[in-house]
Design a protein around this ligand. Sequence first.
Ligand code: HXC
Length: 270
Amino acid sequence: MESPFKSDVLKGKVALLTGGGSGIGFEISTQFGKHGASVAIMGRRRNVLDDAVFALTSLGIPAVGFEGDVRNLEDAKRVVEATVRHFGKLDILVNAAAGNFLVAAEDLSPNGFKTVMDIDSVGTFTMCHEALKYLKKDGPGKASSTGAGGLILNISATLHYTASWYQIHVSAAKAAIDALTRNLALEWGTDYDIRVNGIAPGPIGDTAGLSKLLPDEIGNKTRDYMPLYKLGEKWDIAMAAVYLASDAGKYINGSILPVDGGLWLSHPRH
Ligand code: HXC
């Protein structure tokens, strides 16, 4: 689907995306590139990165892939620095890396819980922390309304707005991400003109998350009470990201935008 945004809304921006080589992260990488940004992607699998970089550069998008695990502080530091060395600066950090599996709470080991917290929540904080010095543009006390400061976009979910079966670890991890978004928006928005926002995707077709979480038989039942009677597309999330990253979003800070067709607040008819 064609983008409703002009192709230069992110012109000159440099973005680093964790999990940017596959799924929702890759679609955001692609759309950022199509709207003028240069894109660095971070992931654990070299072959996934290589394929993604090839696809992006084939579209004429300046792109580079760096291998790394967001759970590893040294990896985070190295990838942020390599991005700045490669493109000369960093304007946008997107935290899209995530881990997930369906498991009943009583069968989930504490290490399984910790693993998802480490990837999603601690990983997001670590990346934000390492990127901070490059995202600062105007320096302390010089907040402007020009959108000149850096931007952080954290991808969470809507699972934790209520409660979700067999997702206690992910609900906790995504709730923590939303807390990071709000707290960093307050501190870094005020001090450094860095906007920190979140996107909370609903069920998005053709993603690892969906095939893990919504097997076909559950999918059909769920569609009965989905307000828009369809799954979202990765494109829907990427368009929200382009909007928030562009100057159109310059007054938006600390917001978490659900992009789920209203699913989280719906109930079956009776
Ligand atoms: C129960 C499990 C498990 C499972 C792993 N564990 N898989 N427990 N059921 N299916 C437990 C292990 O037993 C172990 O605990 C601990 O978790 C660590 O497992 P490892 O396999 O060593 O972890 P690792 O190799 O680091 O892999 C991380 C992972 C994996 C999260 C388990 O699935 C992964 O790498 N995923 C990345 C890709 C991904 O999932 N993307 C989808 C994101 S979708 P013990 O106690 O045995 O040592 C998404 C959508 C969110 O985030 C919501 C949408 C609505």
